[in-house]
Ligand binder design. Structure first.
Ligand SMILES: *[C@@H]1O[C@H](CO)[C@@H](O)[C@H](O)[C@H]1NC(C)=O
Ligand SMILES: *[C@@H]1O[C@H](CO)[C@@H](O)[C@H](O)[C@H]1NC(C)=O
Ligand SMILES: *[C@@H]1O[C@H](CO)[C@@H](O)[C@H](O)[C@H]1NC(C)=O
Ligand SMILES: *[C@@H]1O[C@H](CO)[C@@H](O)[C@H](O)[C@H]1NC(C)=O
Ligand SMILES: *[C@@H]1O[C@H](CO)[C@@H](O)[C@H](O)[C@H]1NC(C)=O
Ligand SMILES: *[C@@H]1O[C@H](CO)[C@@H](O)[C@H](O)[C@H]1NC(C)=O
Length: 462
C-alpha cells in the first residue's frame, strides 16, 4: 500500500521573512512511517463505510444476446483485511459482502496515495493540507454462487468494471482537509508568548521533513526585537526517534530578554523568606557585625533586599553544559518602624549558574544551581566596608531564596511545538553546542473519541 509517500510543497515562504530559525523540527522516516500506519488504519476504518453501489446496465453476452442487469441493495464491506508484503508494494483486500448468500466481491490491489502540502498560512502557521488523494483499484471481481449464478457469471466482467469505478470514486472523492502543525503563538504566562511561525521553506526528502520555526519569545502585547538574532544551526543526523526538536540558545535568550525587559527578573527578599533553619537572619544586627555604621544608625531593624538583573542574562549551550550568566544588583534597605525603607548600600552582582533541562509533558523545563557569585560595591550609604565580608550572607540569600524561587518558575516549563494531540514517549534531551536537542517518539490517542479523524497525522484524510 502506498500512502502519503510523496509530498508537494505549497506556498513557499516569502523571502523577506527568511531568517535563521530559532527552532528546528525534524520528522524522521520512523515518524513518517508511524504517520503512514495511522493513516492506513484510518483509511481501513473509512473503507468499511463504503457501500458497493447499486449497479445496472445492459450487456451483450453471447450466446444469450443483450442482457439487462441490475444489482441493488448495495452491500457494505463487512470483512476487510489487508496484507502488504513490502512497504510500498501492492496489497490485496478480500472483501465479503455482509449479505453473503448471493455473491462474493473480491477487491485487490487497492492503492491509495495522499499528496500533502506543507505551507504556511497568512499568520505564518505551518499547516498541512491534503491536496489530493489518489486511489486505484486494481481489480474488483464479483463471484455469484447458488441459484442462477451460472447465468450471472457470464456477464460479471461488466459488473466488475462498474464496481471498480464506483469504489475508486468513493475513495477519491473525499474533501481535502487542513490541520495546523502547531499553534503559532503559545502563551507561556502573563509576560511571554512563544512564536512558532515557519521562517524557512520546509526541507523535504524521501526520509525526513524538516521545518524551520521562528522560536522566539515575545512580550505579550508589546513586541520588541532583542538586540541579537538567531544563529544558523544544523540538527544532527540522528534517526532513532520519530521527532527531533532543536531549541537554540537564541530561543532561550529571547526568553531572558522578555523577562528582564518586563522587569520580571527582580525579587524582594525579606527575612520571612529565609529558611527557618538558617542562622543568618536579615536584620541590622547581621549586617552591623560587618558594617559598624549600620549597627549605630539602624539598631534593631529588619533588612529587606532587592535582587534584580541589570542586563539580560545570557544562556549558553555547550555539550552537556548549560550555563546562565547574570549581571545585576543587590540593594539593601533597613525597614523603619513606620515601614519606610532606608537604603544601606547597592552591590553589583555577577553570577553564573548551571542549568539542568528536562521535558515535562509537552513543555521544556529547567532547574538551575548557583556556581559562582562575585560582588563589588556599587554605592554605599553607610561608609566604606569590605564587600567580601558579606559573601556568605549573599551566598545564603541566593542559594536558599532567589534560586529556589527562580526554579519554581522554570519548573512550570515552556510549551514545545506540537503536532495535533500528541503524547511524547521515549523522550531524551541532550545539550549540544548552541542548542538543545529533544528526541522523542510520539503517540496519538486513537481511543479518545473523534481524535483519530480530527488530527490524521501528516495530513492523510479520507
Ligand atoms: C481474490 O482475487 C485474488 C487475485 O485475483 C485471488 O487470488 C483470490 O483467490 C480471490 N479470492 C476470492 C475469495 O475469490
Ligand atoms: C555528554 O554526556 C553523555 C552522557 O552522559 C556522554 O555520552 C557524552 O559523551 C557527553 N558529551 C560530552 C561532549 O561531554
Ligand atoms: C560549561 O561551560 C562554561 C562556559 O559556557 C564553562 O565555563 C564551564 O567550565 C563548563 N562546565 C563544564 C562542567 O564543562
Ligand atoms: C519614618 O521614620 C523615619 C525614621 O524615624 C523618618 O526619618 C521618616 O521621616 C518617617 N517617614 C514617614 C513617612 O513618616
Ligand atoms: C533543582 O536543583 C536543586 C539543587 O540545586 C535540587 O535540590 C532540586 O531538587 C532540583 N529540583 C528539581 C525539580 O529537579
Ligand atoms: C492518551 O492516553 C493515555 C492512556 O489512555 C493517557 O494517559 C494520555 O493522557 C492520553 N493523551 C492524550 C494527549 O490524550
Amino acid at each position: 500500500m502506498f500512502l502519503c509517500c510523496w509530498l508537494a510543497l505549497g506556498a513557499l515562504i516569502p523571502l523577506t521573512l527568511a531568517t535563521d530559525p530559532g527552532v528546528k523540527v525534524k520528522l524522521t522516516a520512523k515518524g513518517l512511517e508511524y504517520g503512514r500506519q495511522l493513516g492506513m488504519a484510518a483509511i481501513q476504518k473509512k473503507l468499511k463505510t463504503i457501500r458497493v453501489p447499486d449497479i445496472s446496465g445492459k450487456a451483450s453476452v453471447s450466446p444469450i444476446g443483450t442482457v439487462q442487469y441490475s444489482l441493488t441493495n448495495g452491500c457494505g464491506i463487512a470483512n476487510f483485511h489487508c496484507s502488504s508484503g513490502s512497504r510500498d508494494g501492492p496489497f490485496s483486500c478480500h472483501v465479503l459482502p455482509k449479505d453473503s448468500g448471493s455473491f462474493d466481491l473480491n477487491v485487490s490491489d487497492l492503492t491509495v496515495g495522499a499528496s500533502i502540502a506543507i505551507k504556511s498560512d497568512e499568520t505564518g502557521r505551518p499547516t498541512v493540507n491534503s491536496v489530493g488523494c489518489e486511489a486505484t483499484v486494481g481489480s474488483a471481481s464479483i463471484h455469484f454462487h447458488g441459484g442462477a449464478s451460472w447465468l450471472y457469471n457470464l456477464f460479471k466482467d461488466f459488473i466488475d468494471k462498474a464496481i471498480r469505478d464506483a469504489l475508486q470514486n468513493q475513495v477519491r472523492g473525499k474533501q481535502p482537509h487542513t490541520f495546523c502543525l502547531t499553534a503559532v503563538l503559545a502563551k507561556v504566562d502573563q509576560y511571554a508568548e512563544i512564536e512558532y511561525s515557519m521562517v524557512s521553506s520546509p526541507a523535504v526528502t524521501t526520509s525526513s521533513i524538516e521545518l524551520g520555526l521562528k522560536g522566539e519569545f515575545y512580550n505579550i502585547g508589546k513586541r520588541q526585537e532583542p538586540p541579537f538574532s538567531a544563529a544558523a544551526f544544523d540538527l544532527p543526523p540522528q534517526t532513532d526517534n520519530m521527532l527531533y526538536v532543536g531549541l537554540s540558545a537564541f530561543t532561550a535568550n529571547s526568553a531572558a530578554f522578555v523577562y528582564s525587559t518586563a522587569g520580571a527578573l527582580s525579587l524582594y527578599v525579606t527575612d520571612d523568606m529565609v529558611p527557618r533553619a538558617s542562622p543568618i537572619r536579615l536584620n541590622t544586627r547581621t549586617f552591623g557585625a560587618f558594617i559598624p555604621q549600620i549597627a549605630e544608625r539602624f539598631p534593631g531593624l529588619m533588612v529587606k533586599l532587592l535582587v534584580k538583573t541589570s542586563e539580560t542574562p545570557v544562556v549558553t549551550f555547550e555539550p552537556n553544559n548549560t550555563t546562565v550568566q547574570a549581571t545585576g544588583t543587590v540593594t539593601a534597605y533597613a525597614i523603619q518602624p513606620n515601614a519606610t525603607l532606608s537604603p544601606l548600600f547597592v552591590l553589583n552582582l555577577e553570577s553564573s549558574a548551571s542549568a539542568r533541562l528536562f521535558v515535562n509533558v509537552m513543555r521544556v523545563a529547567g532547574n538551575v544551581t548557583l556556581n559562582k557569585m562575585d560582588l563589588t560595591l556599587g554605592t554605599s550609604y553607610v561608609g566604606e566596608f569590605k564587600v567580601t565580608a558579606l559573601n556568605s550572607v549573599f551566598q545564603m540569600v541566593l542559594k536558599s531564596v532567589v534560586v529556589p524561587q527562580l526554579n519554581v518558575q522554570l519548573a512550570k516549563g515552556y510549551p514545545l511545538p506540537t503536532i495535533g494531540k500528541m503524547t511524547l514517549v521515549n523522550t531524551k534531551l541532550q545539550v549540544l553546542k548552541g542548542y538543545m536537542l529533544i528526541g522523542t517518539d510520539v503517540q496519538f490517542n486513537s481511543t479518545h473519541g473523534a481524535s483519530q479523524d480530527s488530527f490524521l497525522p501528516w495530513g492523510t484524510t479520507l
